[in-house]
Design a protein around this ligand. Sequence first.
Ligand code: UDX
Length: 456
Amino acid sequence: MDDPGKALRVILFPLPFQGHINPMIQLANILHSRGFTISIIHTHFNSPDPSKYPHLTFHLIPDGLSEDQESKFDVLRLLHLLNANCIGPFRECLEKLMSAHDDIACIITDALLFCSKDVAQDLGIHRIVLRTSSVCSFLAFATVPLLQGKGYYSNNNLDSRREDPVLELPPLRVKDIPSIQRRNPNDALKILRNTVEATKAASGLIFNTFPDLEEPNHPNLHEHFRIPTFLVGPFHKFFSSASSSLLTQDRSAITWLDTQKPDSVLYVSFGSLVKMDEKNLIEMAWGLANSMQPFLWAVRPGLVQGSEWLESLPIEFLEVTGKRGYIVKWAPQQEVLSHPSVGGFWTHSGWNSVLESICEGVPMICSSFLGDQMVNSRYLNDVWKLGIKLENGFEKEEIESAIRKLMLDREGQEIRERLVCLKEKMDVSLKTDGFSSRSLNALSDLISSFKSSSGF
Ligand code: UDX
């Protein structure tokens, strides 16, 4: 017999990428603070450090990745391999947990770990999906089959129609359609399709976002996903992401920021997955140098293909910028964004970065490379008007002009004013009777209801 006073257990399965581990660990902490017992099933690859979370229990499963596959860090290939390799070990681990504990309510898995769908169905356990990005980008993922049917992916003539509007998905342009710019989009489309289909079969869908930001899109979610949805973000307002950082955050960035004038520094970082070529890095560097603005630049080792770290930066760039620029490998990003000296953020439009920037009222310059980032950056520029999108990729003149607009001109000031209004709405949403809090209550209720019903 179940003990009615006993806490229910939720089993979480994060995708082992930094931008996915952070929100899943934050969600684990949020649910733990709501009285749930949390177990985390995780891979060896990018394994979290259990000693940092004595209140959670961790279960390691083999992921079958070779050292070569890990070090190459080919995102699509890793997504394919993780889903293929983890299905057996995940099932085995979950079976063991289910026979050892009678308090399990459900599992929560990353949307991109679609292999969890069949395991949950076979074992008769409810599965809730965490989508770590925006509602608008997930709706774009869900619309991909329609766009495929309309021939968007079959026409090779991309260059001539890059800027054309996508009438089925305003305000996207053709170049913003998920995976359209890939030479061979088929592998990526398969992953998108599997992700969306497996989400449709889940018992619930959680987003790390908030409704005032996602208007008018979030009511449309139910057209594609006829399951309960929960917008309970921004998660990092409940728990910081610093503890789940896989790389050491260089705190000298903060010491350097302490020496700079208020609102004067542009922070530049492209997150944990992006890879770029040397030519673009050099354009970036000259755009930064020519803008004459102070900058803090997080250049992750491996960011530039074929380089260890900064070898491809011209010596003249380092001479010209001198003490006006500070470069680290990995920054304490949340703390950087909340520092009074930071006045702008040039981001790759990764969703955690976008949310962290919004929460600190920092206006953005938006690049984009893969996955959800093109849609996020289009919305930031065209709809939410919280950032300036670099439409031409990496051209030093466009970069210099965008930095000056953001840091010195009226345009940057107007974005700051919009961010102040949005932040107020977000604060209301996070209050006890606000939307995000009520959504979290509804999620807790759903999880609790599972224990009294059987799986499906
Ligand atoms: C990826 C995708 O790019 C993103 O679009 C998706 O929504 C989640 O997965 P990533 O590229 O790493 O994530 O970007 P982002 O979502 O911005 O997450 C990066 C995280 O690393 C943030 O929480 C950020 O605070 C942290 N970070 C980044 C650091 O701690 N230090 C740094 O120097 C840079």
